[in-house]
Design a protein around this ligand. Sequence first.
Ligand code: ATP
Length: 570
Amino acid sequence: MTASEREEISISCFGRNPWILKELLHEARDAYLKKDEAKTAIYRGTTRSGTAEPHWQRCMSRTVRPFSTVILNDEAKKTLIDDVTDYLNPATRRWYANRGIPYRRGYLLHGPPGTGKSSLSLALAGFFKMRIYIVSLSSVTANEENLATLFAELPRRCVVLLEDIDTAGLTHTREGGAQDSVADGADNGADASTNTAVPNGHPQPPNQNANGRLSLSGLLNILDGVASQEGRVLIMTTNHIEKLDKALIRPGRVDMIVKFDRADTSMTAQIFRAIYAPLEADEMPSSLSSSSTTTTTAAAAAAATTSSVSPGLWWLERGTKSTVPLLTPEEEQRRDAAAAEVARKKDETIARVNELAEQFAAKIPAHEFSPAEIQGYLLKNKRDPEKAVAGAEDWVVATRKEKKEKELKEAEEKRAKEEKEKKEREEKEEKEKEKKKKKRKDKGRKKSSKKTKKSKKETESESESSTLESSSSAAESDASESEREEKERSKKKRKPAASAPTPASPAEGGASDASAPVELRREEEEAGSEAKAQPGDVIPTIAVDTVKSKEAAERPPQTPGADSGYGTPS
Ligand SMILES: Nc1ncnc2c1ncn2[C@@H]1O[C@H](COP(=O)(O)OP(=O)(O)OP(=O)(O)O)[C@@H](O)[C@H]1O
């Protein structure tokens, strides 16, 4: 019993002996279990109305669905049943425990919608007499916290069905990287294989989900984290195996993959037979055929043989015929004759249904329609198999048309949605651009106003200092003025020679060069090197004072090649 199912009931009795209470409880328990004996109890993960508290709600209990009613490749079915049988064996549990391997088993059922994935899960739960706990990962309940709570409440032995695992954020790979091709199963119907090849996911950012509900790592933690329940049979279903992250379906999480497909010819014929062939369960309750109570009358049997309804449906009518109590010997005779007739008719019907099934299957193109679609059409004609066969071609045409229209509509909706999103994106970008532009403008304006203020201040301080200095350094200014003029002249002289070095006295050149900007010095150096390259050029003369010229006269003559870069005056 799970935590969410627990309720408290107080029972008391007179006296000291609790025996009567124990008896009562045992009886109640047996009655409860008996009620569910031939049924599969189905629980759905949901939240309590009015609160966000997750819990398993018992939504119904269904009559056990026989495995035979799920149309699937026989080998696949057998492999699956054998695998689950072995897993549920108590010896297997011990085997896992002794080796320290988590006692879990996972199955992945994949294929297009309506191909029997849920039906097989239900049949499996019924076959092993287990309850089935269903959560759809596309439902609002499926966030990480809720799922963790739900999984913590699971009983030890049960089937957990996780539907639509390609939804939420689980289509994204944890590793990124290139997308591999999907490992395909058998073409024919369905197949089951142990999980040796698993497909890669999309190269998407890790653990990102489209709606922020359930991340991949969150789900993996729930499925096989330390706190996760052991002993359950996990079944995951998806319509898009190619979208799944390989981490989600790696061995250990998914131990067997079963592929479901659209109906081929043989499947179509099986679906037809499943709908129209008489089954034991369709027979009248045995109590009605008992001579001590009531039985079908000979008239009823006769009516069955002469019925105007289609031969495939006589058993549908049969149950509606009236019954009468007690029989005379003649009536008994007639009843036996009628029973023999019924048996003969039944064989005939089966043969006829088989024939019709072949005809029907031949009219339905293979691998185009899901079993659910075919079943849906047949159910519309459940009382008339011949009419179903006759109308099969028209149904194919109409369904194709319907599908095409639906596809077109969906494509149109998708296109409109994409266009709308694109437009919204562009508008957003435009707005952002405008915002940035405005910000830049505001910044520029602030800067320029700051600059004007600063330059204003500088001019004011400059003018102040210049008035202060002007009187005291008139002589200096004259000297520097003359120095500047001198420099200017020397530059002018150098310029026409373009590459001629600038001869300068140590006093003059040293002082002025040291204070000159780096660029100017570099220019002079370059000019000097160029001058060395053309020693024949005319070197301009410059005025030097007598002391310096004396020193120069005493110095040994320098060749242009040994020049330090400033050149040798001629
Ligand atoms: N292989 C099948 N054998 C028997 N019945 C089937 C099969 N496939 C589909 N059906 C019938 O079609 C209906 C839908 O099937 P089911 O819900 O099992 O499909 P599904 O693959 O789980 O679909 P979805 O992917 O949409 O959940 C059911 O009534 C079921 O009886």
